[in-house]
Design a protein around this ligand. Structure first.
Ligand code: FAD
Ligand code: FES
Length: 264
């Protein structure tokens, strides 16, 4: 059940200088936006969100930012090369509300792209804030717009869209619109800012967490969050705002592969 399925890379999309999307033939009948796959390159295995769920072509896509040895190795692969995929794993996003604001920072846009496309196809209004350090690193602006989703850009350096953080822009558009739900994924410091805003305005929300993962299906305990003990790979990675309120380490620290705490 947890054996990797060996699949060929069918297509590679160069999204930015640091992000590539890899497309695989993988019937997505049980795949939900917000879930992740364990990706195996026959040497190491790492968790990656599903960014494209195409039920017509029976494909999934995984968008990978080059940050270290594993992701560099994946970026060097070509169409036709093989990888192992295990999953889908975890508790994904639920479609709640009728007008949803999705707030994504950097590669956190990956699961939000799948969520927004799915929710829009079911008739729900979804506006997206895609935030990046600079214009060249903005993700999925064109693909989202082609699916009739309003996508706002925010860049830290002001090279495109709103100049400033996603949370600053979020406060601005929340004053002008009646969103009844928020979904978010990105750097935890950004998600903490999102939490503080939705908490003040009493808007329910869902947060996609990242914690160090080894097994991906609840066995090893590596990804547990403190005090409540939830496994991010099983009870998460998507948690409701009510659940997030109980996670004492949220926005403060996370653990590395050996369990050592690192400040966020
Ligand atoms: C649920 C989930 C979904 C993710 N989705 C994506 C995605 O869609 N696209 C993407 O580019 N990245 C995603 N990541 C992060 C991705 O797993 C790491 O970037 C990758 O493992 C880095 O490996 P590396 O060897 O290239 O870099 P390293 O130099 O080893 O690490 C770089 C960073 O990645 C973190 N990391 C390394 N190994 C793991 C691991 N086994 N589990 C969790 N974090 C790890 C490290 O703590 C460090 O912060 C996701 C992580 C989680 C937990
Ligand atoms: S990664 Fe093993 S329990 Fe979550």
């Amino acid at each position: 059940m947890h054996s990797p399925q060996i699949v060929e890379i069918k297509k590679i999309i160069n999204e930015t200088k640091t992000v590539k999307t890899f497309i695989f033939d993988f019937p997505p009948k049980n795949v939900k936006p917000g879930q992740f796959m364990m990706v195996w390159n026959f040497e190491d295995e790492k968790p990656m969100s599903i960014s494209i769920i195409d039920t017509i072509k029976d494909e999934i896509g995984i968008s990978i930012r080059k940050v270290g040895p594993f992701t560099e190795a994946i970026h060097s692969l070509q169409v036709g090369d093989k990888l192992g995929l295990r999953g889908p794993y975890g508790h994904g996003f639920e479609i709640k509300g009728s007008k949803i604001l999705a707030v994504g920072g950097g590669i956190g846009m990956a699961p939000l792209a799948a969520f927004a496309t799915d929710a829009r196809s079911k008739g729900v209004t979804v506006d997206v804030i895609s935030a990046a350090t600079t214009k060249d690193e903005l993700l999925f602006m064109n693909s989202l717009k082609s699916t009739d989703i309003t996508a706002y850009a925010c860049t830290d350096d002001g090279s495109f869209g709103f100049c400033g953080f996603a949370t600053e822009f979020m406060e601005k558009i929340l004053q002008e619109n009646d969103y009844d739900h928020v979904v978010t994924c990105g750097p935890e410091i950004m998600m903490k800012g999102v939490f503080d805003i939705i908490d003040k305005l009493k808007i329910p929300a869902q947060f996609s967490f990242e914690r160090y993962m080894k097994c991906g299906f609840g066995l090893c305990g590596q990804c547990c969050v403190d005090n409540v003990g939830w496994r991010v790979c099983v009870e998460g990675p998507v948690f409701s705002s009510d659940d997030v309120r109980l996670i004492s380490e949220f926005g403060k620290y996370k653990r590395d592969a050996s369990g050592i705490k690192h400040k966020i």
